[in-house]
Design a binder for this molecule. Structure first.
Ligand SMILES: NC(=O)c1ccc[n+]([C@@H]2O[C@H](COP(=O)([O-])OP(=O)(O)OC[C@H]3O[C@@H](n4cnc5c(N)ncnc54)[C@H](OP(=O)(O)O)[C@@H]3O)[C@@H](O)[C@H]2O)c1
Length: 135
C-alpha cells in the first residue's frame, strides 16, 4: 500500500534531508516549499531510482495553500501517514528579546506556531481516516 509523507519547508536544511530519508524508506513524499522554483530545483536533486517525490507549493502562512493541500491530498491519495511539520523561521540569534522589533516576533509566531497548526489542520483529517477507516 502506498504510504504518504508530507514535509513542509522541504527545499533545504533538515526538510531536504528528511525528505530523502522518507523516500528511501518507501514513502511517497509530498515535497512542499513556498518558492516553487527553489522547491522544484531542490526536489530534482533528490530524484533517483526507487524514490517517489511529488512537489506541492505551500506557504505555511497562507490558509488558501493549506486548503489546496487538503484537497490535493484527499483527491490524489485519500490518506496521509506522516507529517513532518518542519517549516520555520529563526530571528537573528543576536537579537535581544528586550529590544527585538515586535513585527519579527509576530512573523515568527505566524510561521512557527500558527503555520504549523494550520498545516496540521489540513492533514490530520486524512490521518484520522486511516485510524477510523474513513468515519
Ligand atoms: N538546525 C537546527 O539546529 C535546529 C535545531 C532545533 C530545531 N530546528 C528546527 O528544525 C526545522 C528546520 O530547521 P533548519 O535548520 O533545516 O531550517 P532552515 O535551513 O532555516 O530551513 C527552514 C525551511 O523552512 C522554510 N520556510 C520558512 N518559512 C516558510 C513558510 N512561511 N512557508 C513554507 N516554508 C517556509 C524555508 O523556506 P525558504 O527556503 O523559502 O526560506 C526552509 O525550507 C525548524 O523548524 C527549526 O526550528 C532546527
Amino acid at each position: 500500500m502506498e504510504q504518504i509523507a508530507v514535509v513542509t519547508g522541504a527545499n533545504r536544511g533538515i526538510g531536504l534531508e528528511i525528505s530523502a530519508r522518507l523516500a528511501d524508506l518507501g514513502f511517497t513524499v509530498i515535497f512542499t516549499a513556498r518558492d516553487e522554483a527553489k522547491g522544484q530545483k531542490a526536489m530534482s536533486s533528490l530524484l533517483k531510482s526507487g524514490r517517489k517525490l511529488v512537489f506541492f507549493k505551500l506557504d505555511v502562512t497562507n490558509q488558501t495553500d493549506g486548503k489546496r493541500l487538503f484537497q490535493f491530498l484527499e483527491k490524489e491519495y485519500g490518506r496521509v501517514d506522516v507529517l513532518f511539520n518542519n517549516a520555520a523561521i529563526l530571528a537573528d540569534e543576536n537579537e535581544s528579546a528586550v529590544s527585538i522589533d515586535l513585527s519579527i516576533v509576530s512573523k515568527t509566531f505566524e510561521t512557527n506556531v500558527i503555520g504549523a497548526f494550520m498545516v496540521a489542520q489540513s492533514v490530520i483529517p486524512l490521518m484520522k481516516k486511516i485510524i477510523t477507516g474513513g468515519s
